[in-house]
Structure formats: C-alpha cells, structure tokens
Design a protein around this ligand. Structure first.
Ligand code: TYD
Length: 167
C-alpha cells in the first residue's frame, strides 16, 4: 500500500468505505492549508503527500466545456491531478468500472494509479489543471485506443494486476 503513515503527517484524507477495484486504483486526497493572514499555502511533496516521487509536472489551461482531453491510459505512470484554479471533471475507468470526479478545490487531488483510463472535460473558463506524474514523458507507455485498452486489461495476468493494485 501507499506510505500512509507519512501521508497522514500532513493530515491527508484517504477515501474509505466499501472498496471496489477502482477504489484501489484511484484516491481522493485532501491537503492541509498551511496559509495564514497573507493567504493560502498548500504543499505537495513527493513520497510524503502523494505516493510517488514527482518526475514531471504539466498543466492544462485554456480548455473549455466543449473539450475532452486525456482519453488514454498509461502503462507505467501514476498521476495526481489538482485543479489549482477553476474546476474540471475527470472520468476514470478501469475497463469494468468507471466514475466521475469533479476537481473543484486547490487543496484537493485525485491520485490515479497506472493503467487507469482517463477523460478530462467540462473545464471552467478559469481552469488550470495541474498534473504531477511519477514518470518522464514516454509516448510508448500510452494506450490511446479504448478498444486496445480493454484488450490490454483483459489480457493482463491476474497476478500482475493484483501486484499492480497492491503496490
Ligand atoms: P496529450 O497526451 O494529448 O495531452 P492530454 O492528455 O492533456 O490531452 O498530449 C498533447 C501533446 O503533448 C502530445 O503531442 C504529447 C505532448 N506531451 C509531451 O510532450 N509531454 C507531456 O508530458 C505531455 C503530457 C504531452
């Protein structure tokens, strides 16, 4: 599992309840506001507040409610998505289950394990979606065709899938 002890240090909140497989692959994170009378401050440290070392960041802005981004899965990369400004929605899908998460607060993050299909959409005009990634960019680890993704997930050895879920 993740380094929950470290993560709790900053008062991170992990979703609980009846767990499905998708619940093991995605996590809603909530970080503390370390701000004061000067304004807000949110800190996200790799391997402390999120379960991986950050190797890359990218951010998406200037998209609107007619755009759908993402539409891919990554074989290796894990991500944390944060709408540092505005709002957007993320539909996550593991081939058998799907869920829509609204990113609506700068203190809120959505963690995605590898092999999760994602669509980002309904961007507000002021949306800035910050993405922290566990890997450098490598187009070879992307699956951009949904049918191919379903086949890949079906063919994945159950042992590998289990291992992937427990990491
Ligand atoms: P794309 O994967 O379509 O972005 P999104 O998931 O946000 O819809 O990427 C758009 C282009 O940018 C594509 O040519 C690949 C390139 N790109 C990089 O070079 N490095 C990166 O880290 C990312 C996310 C994309």
């Amino acid at each position: 599992m993740f380094r929950a002890v470290n993560i709790k240090r900053r008062g991170c909140f992990w979703q609980q309840g009846n767990m499905s497989i998708l619940d093991e692959q995605i996590k809603l994170l909530e970080w503390k506001d370390l701000g004061d009378e000067r304004g807000n401050l949110v800190v996200v440290e790799g391997n402390v507040d999120i379960p991986f070392e950050i190797k890359r960041i990218f951010y998406i802005y200037g998209s609107d409610d007619t755009v759908v981004r993402g539409q891919h899965a990554n074989k290796n990369s894990e991500f944390v998505m944060i709408n540092v400004c505005g709002t957007s929605k993320v539909k996550v899908d593991n081939g058998t289950e799907s869920r829509v998460i609204e990113l609506s607060r700068p203190r809120m993050g959505l963690y995605l394990k590898n092999n999760v299909w994602k669509d980002m959409y309904e961007f507000s005009p002021d949306s800035i979606l910050l993405v922290l990634a566990s890997e450098h960019y490598d187009e070879k680890e992307y699956i951009r065709d949904y049918q191919e993704y379903l086949k890949y997930m079906e063919e994945m050895e159950p042992d590998n899938a289990g291992q992937a879920l427990q990491r």
